[in-house]
Design a protein around this ligand. Structure first.
Ligand SMILES: [Fe+2]
Ligand SMILES: [Fe+2]
Length: 183
């Protein structure tokens, strides 16, 4: 393999890592905005889960940036899209399901690019992140489904619940994966 083609392959991987990082930066802003909105609407538990998912996306943004740096690139600071503001509670979860679905499709395509360029570490990174986006998708899709079928009855259960996430806040996936704390 010539030096040029190695460099070209590296540049392609850096490009998809940065595209993914831009999507993460967008998701962070979007979910933080929804976290505050849900808290204002007093759906504490929904707000808390949204905050934890935003924290997962922050970790993803860092992981993509670290890999970009390792490959000699410059991590992007530009989000892929603008944050939608003022969404109603029955809009938020369907919107986020779509966002995660888009990320799953894109990241699978990016993983294939990494493999084609012979970069198994970057491919593994996408593989790990895809697992977490799937967990986000499942959660958003569940909540969107409950709001659609149960509507006010479901939301009444969430009204007035606590939005506390505790100290040393872990993300949504890390928290789910943690073993139960002993009594
Ligand atoms: Fe993410
Ligand atoms: Fe996600």
């Amino acid at each position: 393999m010539t030096q040029t083609s190695r460099e070209e392959k590296k540049a392609k991987v850096i490009e998809v890592l940065n595209k993914a990082r831009a999507m993460e930066l967008h998701a962070i802003g979007q979910y933080m905005n929804q976290h505050y909105a849900l808290d204002d609407m007093d759906f504490g538990e929904l707000a808390a889960q949204m905050k934890l998912i935003a924290i997962d996306e922050m970790r993803h943004a860092e992981m993509f940036a670290e890999r970009v740096k390792e490959l000699g690139g410059e991590p992007t600071t530009e989000p892929a899209d603008n944050v939608e503001r003022g969404q109603a509670v029955d809009v938020i979860f369907g919107f986020d399901t779509e966002l995660e679905d888009g990320a799953l499709a894109e990241y699978n395509a990016f993983l294939a690019v990494c493999l084609a360029c012979g970069d198994s570490l970057s491919a593994k990174l996408f593989d790990d992140v895809i697992d977490e986006e799937q967990a986000h998708y499942n959660y958003f899709d569940n909540v969107a489904g409950h709001i659609k079928t149960l509507g006010a009855a479901f939301l009444a259960q969430k009204a007035g619940t606590s939005s506390a996430t505790g100290l040393n806040t872990q993300g949504f996936v890390a928290r789910k994966a943690a073993p139960p704390t002993p009594a």
